[in-house]
Design a binder for this molecule. Sequence first.
Ligand code: DGL
Length: 270
Amino acid sequence: MTNKAPIGVFDSGVGGLTVVKEIMNQLPGEDIIYFGDTARLPYGSKSKKTVITYTRQIVRFLMNKDVKAIVIACNTASALALETVKSEVDIPIIGVVEPGAKVAASTTINGRIGVIGTEGTIQSGVYNEILSKTNPNVEVFGKACPLFVPLVEEGLIDDPVTCEMAKRYINELLKKNIDTLVLGCTHYPLLRKTIRKVVGEDIVLVNPAYETAKALSEVLTEKGLRNDSTPKLNHKFYVSDGAEKFRQFANSILPCEVMETKDINIEELG
Ligand code: DGL
C-alpha cells in the first residue's frame, strides 16, 4: 500500500463532512474519497444487523477505490459495526467513538460525563464501555437526541426551536452535574454554539470529529502511510441519493470547493 493512496471516509449522509473538515485541516496533504449514504439515512434508528450490512457494502466500495485507510465518520456505524468489520479488512479502519471517548475520559475532573447521540449510539452502550475502560472512575450519562439530526438537515442550526430542543434534551444531563459532554453524533458539532448556550461555559464539549482526525494522523504516521503533500488534491464525493443537495451542503462547511458529487447505487456496487 502506497502513502499516495486516498483515505476513505463514510457516513450515513452529510454529517460525516464535519470529520472530513477536520481531516482536511489536520492532514492537508491527503486525498479523500467520501461516501454519504443519503438514500438510506438515518442510521441512528436502524438495527445493528442493518447498520453492519450497510457498513460492509460501503467498506467494499471504498476498498475497490484502493484507499489506504478507512474512517467510519458515523457515530452510529462506529458504535454498531466497527468491531465486526475491523477484522474483515487488512487496512487501518477507525471509528469516531473511541477517539472522542478517550479524550473525554482523560478530560473530566469530577468523573461525570454526558454523552449525546442517536438512539442507536446511546443504546449500544459503546461510549459507556470505552469511557469506563479508559477511566474506571467515571460515571456516564447518555441521552439520545433524535430531533437534532433533522433540525441540522433543515438548516435550523442557530434557531430558537433547536435551542428549545437542546434545553429539553440536555437539562437532564446538567442535573447529573456533568463536567464533560461528548457530542456523539456527526451533526452535533454543527450545533456547538447552541449547545454551548445551554450548558454554559464550564462544561467541556468534546468533538469526536476533531479527535478522530488526530487519531487518523497518528495511525498513518505509525504505519508509514502519511502523505504530507499531494501536488494536486483530488477529493471525490459519492452519495446514494441527492448529489446536488449534498454538494451544496458540502460547500457550506468544507474549506475547499466541491465541484462534483456522484450518485451511485451502493447496493449494486458495494
Ligand atoms: N451519522 C449519524 C451518527 O453520527 C447521524 C445521522 C443518522 O442517524 O444516520 O450517528
